[in-house]
Design a binder for this molecule. Structure first.
Ligand code: XMP
Length: 217
């Protein structure tokens, strides 16, 4: 079954660690981004790992020149198991991060098409090309939208790489509509639907059960 990754976009350390503690039995990975890291520091990654012993990915959507990308990756990958980068900046910028990741034996995950409506404007027209590039560069995984299952499928078919897919829950994506596209190497990312709920543990458990049961093929 696909893995469940919580997007931990809360704004303080205590709340983040409390949620991780509550959901740890039902999640396979944790995604931290600017909201948490800028408010708590990158050391939060170590604290999360201490509590749940799960993979932690930094969603920094790195999108700079190779030299700057390299510096960001050097810092983030001292702590995290992987880092999310943008592909639209070009192969050289992604390769710079891959070189650092190789040194640390960590993952590089590349964004193709984002999950929000605005992604249709500029990202969607180039997303298939980005998926091809991801395949060529052999990144460890790609990000593609669960809000548009047909696009998720097309991008995954092109890249033939593991997918981390955001958009389930708050953004309208449904596990039932993407489960047949995914396999055990893929990750479903859920943020607000879990961490903003009254009972994050119960909600995470329900998502995990859905990922387990819903495959129909
Ligand atoms: P919610 O609260 O909507 O959180 O469940 C979704 C999480 O995923 C991030 N996100 C993306 N990250 N490429 C990414 O690398 C994307 O296309 C994308 N769309 C959403 C979002 O920042 C949040 O952490």
């Amino acid at each position: 079954m696909p893995k469940l990754m919580i997007a931990l976009d809360v704004l303080n350390r205590e709340e983040a660690l409390k949620i991780v503690n509550e959901v740890k039995d039902y999640i396979d990975a944790v995604k931290v981004g600017y909201p948490l890291v800028l408010s708590s520091g990158l050391e939060i990654v170590e604290e999360i790992k201490k509590i749940c012993n799960r993979e932690v990915i930094c969603d920094f959507k790195v999108a700079d020149i190779p030299e700057t990308n390299r510096k960001i990756a050097e810092i983030a990958l001292k702590y995290a198991d992987g880092i999310i980068v943008h592909g639209f900046v070009g192969e050289d910028s992604v390769k710079a991060v891959q070189e650092v990741a190789k040194k640390f034996n960590k993952k590089v995950i590349m964004v193709t098409e984002m999950s929000h409506p605005g992604a249709i404007q500029y990202m969607q027209p180039i997303a298939n090309k980005l998926a091809k590039m991801a395949k060529k560069l052999k990144v460890d995984a790609i990000v593609a939208p669960s809000t548009r299952p047909e696009r998720l499928k097309e991008i995954k078919d092109i890249a033939k790489l593991p997918v981390m897919t955001p958009g389930v829950g708050y953004q309208g994506g449904k596990i039932e509509e993407i489960i047949n596209i995914l396999d055990e190497n893929d990750y479903v990312i859920v943020g607000r639907s879990i961490y903003q709920s009254e009972n994050p543990k119960d909600v995470a458990k329900k998502f995990k059960e859905k990922l387990n049961k819903n495959k129909t093929k």
